[in-house]
Design a protein around this ligand. Structure first.
Ligand code: SF4
Length: 394
């Protein structure tokens, strides 16, 4: 199935009778912007022009579906928090900490290496990649006058693990006896750069096309918008929401995460009447992750929510991003990407996103509703090790 995930297959599909839709992640947009010295909106308009010149029907932005994933994560957290308060005994510990679920590198590790003890803690909400896949194949196709199997949906992502995520059985459904996949193919940012270079396109001077606004976080003035946070802003958004809904505290401005052991392990606490009531952490990279897992296992984890990302520095540093230029250190590139990522994009509240509002109105109902769970939530499965592989570890 992974051979479907290549540039060659993408080019073949473009020339088939399928309607090709491309959804671009904001991290990929930032990587291309840094490489070409362009703004993110210029990159988006140029990518739209490039893909459409090849026959792509629409180019969307996964910042829009990320807002859906964030809204669902907020709703799930509040539910888990209440359940945790209500329940006592053994089961109480299974609701919190809630661990974010947008990183397939982390999900693979949890399923393969950590197994069933950790899975109940992982948020049931699909990643932005799968959320936009669900929105396109279950809902938008009808609006576009297409059937789900008429659409070939490609995402552009910062890492190779997103290819593994796209081929999970959980993200395949059946329509008219045909299997339909939410995301048919994933290209990394680096592969899109290869595509640009292989077509000898002068990307910097390429004429720009208007963005497709149906699923793109862009306002009437052409301004991009979205949450801050190079890895999706999960901890910040859920923290802000939980403080407001659970403790009637409005957090103005940005949420300040305090650096602990290193910049990939940070925390923030909400205190009410001098008592800590919410404790959230960002935990990036496997070394930090292993420490947290050990604490959860021992029942000594003090966090209510942890944004877990497998890559050190998070998704801007994904393995599929464009590599540092000659003479540029990895550290300098990350700094540049973090700067580019927040330029040219206004910070917005996912709950105010008109696209998310429309999708809830037309399709999902309320956050956390049965339909929202059906289309935007998923399940995890412990990978049972074979006897042979267990014996190898002896
Ligand atoms: S942290 Fe790394 S592996 Fe995980 S989703 Fe982001 S880029 Fe991919």
């Amino acid at each position: 199935m992974l051979e479907k995930q290549s540039l060659g297959d993408f080019i073949t599909r473009i020339n088939s009778d399928k309607a090709v839709i491309v959804s671009v992640s904001p991290q990929s947009r930032a990587s291309l912007a840094a490489f070409f010295g362009l703004s993110q909106s210029q990159v988006f308009r140029k990518l739209t022009a490039l893909f459409k010149s090849m026959g792509v029907k629409a180019v969307y932005d996964t910042s829009s579906s990320r807002d859906l994933s964030l809204i669902e994560a907020c709703s799930e957290f509040v539910t888990r928090y209440h359940q945790n308060q209500l329940s006592s005994g053994k089961e109480a510990g299974k609701n919190l900490p809630m661990l974010s679920s947008a990183c397939p590198g982390w999900i693979c590790y949890a399923e393969k290496t950590l197994g069933s003890f950790i899975l109940p803690y992982i948020s049931a909400v699909k990643s932005p990649q799968q959320a936009i896949g669900a929105a396109i194949k279950h809902h938008m196709v009808g609006k576009l006058g297409l059937k789900p199997h008429d659409v070939y949906h490609v995402t552009v992502m910062p890492c190779y693990d997103k290819k593994l995520e796209a081929v999970r059985d959980d993200f395949v459904f059946s329509v008219e006896d045909k299997d339909v996949t939410e995301v048919d193919s994933v290209l990394t940012t680096g592969e899109v750069l290869d595509l640009i270079q292989s077509r000898s396109v002068d990307f910097k001077t390429l004429e720009e096309s208007p963005m497709d606004r149906l699923l793109t976080n862009v306002d009437d003035d052409g301004q991009l918008y979205g949450v801050s946070g190079g890895s999706g802003g999960y901890a910040e958004t859920v923290f802000r929401h939980a403080a407001h809904v659970l403790f009637d505290r409005k957090i103005e401005g940005s949420v300040d995460f305090r650096i602990l052991r290193n910049s990939d392990f940070r925390e923030v606490t909400l205190e009410v009447e001098g008592k800590p009531v919410l404790k959230f952490a960002l935990c990036y990279g496997f070394r930090n992750l292993q420490n947290i897992i050990r604490k959860i296992k021992m029942g000594k984890c003090e966090y209510h929510f942890i944004e877990v990302m497998a890559c050190p520095s998070g998704c801007l540093n994904g393995g599929g991003q464009i590599k540092p230029a000659k003479g540029q250190s990895a550290k300098d590139l990350i700094q540049l990407l973090e700067d580019v990522y927040i330029q040219d994009v206004s910070v917005s509240n996912p709950f105010e996103n008109p696209i998310a509002k429309r999708l809830y109105d037309e399709w999902l109902g309320q956050p956390g509703s049965e339909n929202a769970k059906k289309y935007l939530h998923t399940k995890y499965h412990p990978v049972v090790k074979s006897v042979a592989s267990q014996l190898q570890n002896w």
